[in-house]
Design a protein. Structure first.
Length: 134
């Protein structure tokens, strides 16, 4: 059962890399937990997704890192999913990114991945706005 799951996830990642090539320009810089996979399989410049410590620090690092896109996914090569909840980032970047595509597990409604284009202007505005009152 584990071998089948790993094989499905590997095939998904290969297909996702093809979809990234079609959805982004050749010079695109994409954030993901495993940037080398983007470099090799999607032929795009991979940028490591910043570690999440606080929301403001994460957003500032997104801005400073120069990436234009973010691949949010719970599937990560080499079993590194425990290092960063890629799909959990969706709540953090709500309102500052536009989804280009959404992938669900075939035969289910389970979200697997979302490719997003970051809006740098909105990101800057979010960082400048005061925190919401409790």
């Amino acid at each position: 059962a584990k071998a089948v799951r790993v094989a499905r996830e590997s095939l998904f990642l290969i297909d996702a890399m093809k979809d990234i090539r079609h959805a982004t320009p050749p010079q695109a810089r994409l954030y993901w937990q495993e940037p080398n996979y983007l470099n090799l399989l999607a032929d795009r410049r991979g940028v490591p997704t910043p570690a999440f410590t606080t929301q403001d620090r994460f957003l500032q690092e997104l801005l400073d890192g120069g990436g234009e896109y973010l691949l949010a996914s719970h599937l990560v090569p080499k079993g590194n999913a425990e290092t960063l909840d890629g799909l959990g980032l969706l709540a953090v970047i709500e309102g500052i990114a536009e989804p280009l595509w959404i992938k669900v597990e075939p035969g289910t409604d389970r979200l697997i991945a979302v490719l997003l284009r970051l809006d740098r202007e909105r990101l800057q505005q979010r960082l400048k706005s005061p925190p919401a009152s409790p």
